[in-house]
Design a protein around this ligand. Sequence first.
Ligand code: PAF
Length: 290
Amino acid sequence: MAGSKPDIVRDLPALRDAIAGWRRDNRSIGLVPTMGALHDGHLSLVRCAAQECDRVLATIFVNPSQFAPGEDLENYPRDEAGDIDKLAALGTALIYAPGIAAMYGEGFATEVRVAGLTDKMCGLSRPHFFGGVATVVAKLLLRTMPDRAYFGEKDYQQLLVIRRMAADLDIPAEIVGCPVVRAEDGLALSSRNAYLTASERAIAPALFETIAAAAERTADGAACAETVRWAANELAARGFTEVDYVDIRDAASLEAVESWRPGDPPARVFAAAFLGKTRLIDNVPVAPFE
Ligand code: PAF
């Protein structure tokens, strides 16, 4: 119920007990996996889950295996008390917040690897990332066995990887993608936005503006290679310190697209770029197709 404190469990037997009770009562379960530091993007997933499922279960776990050495694991924003309040206000029934040992037991030696979708874009610059995500999300889905699990389209490549993994491993949850939530100036909400200095924050919306303009050029028939070059130059000119990639790809397979015409399969423009040490990612559809 909105406002009442959700139960917080940290160990697997307690999690399984709660879920078994819901199952006995024939309740549908919506899972919202998070790494905490919740913002309106996460909360939109919780709202969506609450509309479609009888019980919402949110997880908070900063997953070490999706960070490479030297990335921001230690500094990753954490605010469990604040997260609990936000989840309570939306009527979340249960929060699962295991420690590292409760997630990865002694001798843990398994990695879930999704081929194909992961050998491009973020998979090239962060080769450890999708193995870490696919493994922890597989574990969360198997531990909770939800009817539906909710992920943001800001991490669009992650969403497709998780969908592929769940289908390939016969995990019966529906993987639901929810639209990107943006600040008023267009910046996609992300926990990592908290790292931005005031001057970097002022530049950051140029990421969305640039890929939105690139999507429009593509929809108008411009060659993708030329548009990608334009967008990368534009990001550098607008103050991004390093452009990791700009790509225009098929929205389902993530295969590269050379050009796009109305009636072609949906495509999206993807970008990752640095402002100082902070890496931002974003994506938009080439033309509205949802
Ligand atoms: O998108 C995230 O917050 C994380 O990658 C996820 C899906 C919770 C797995 O740790």
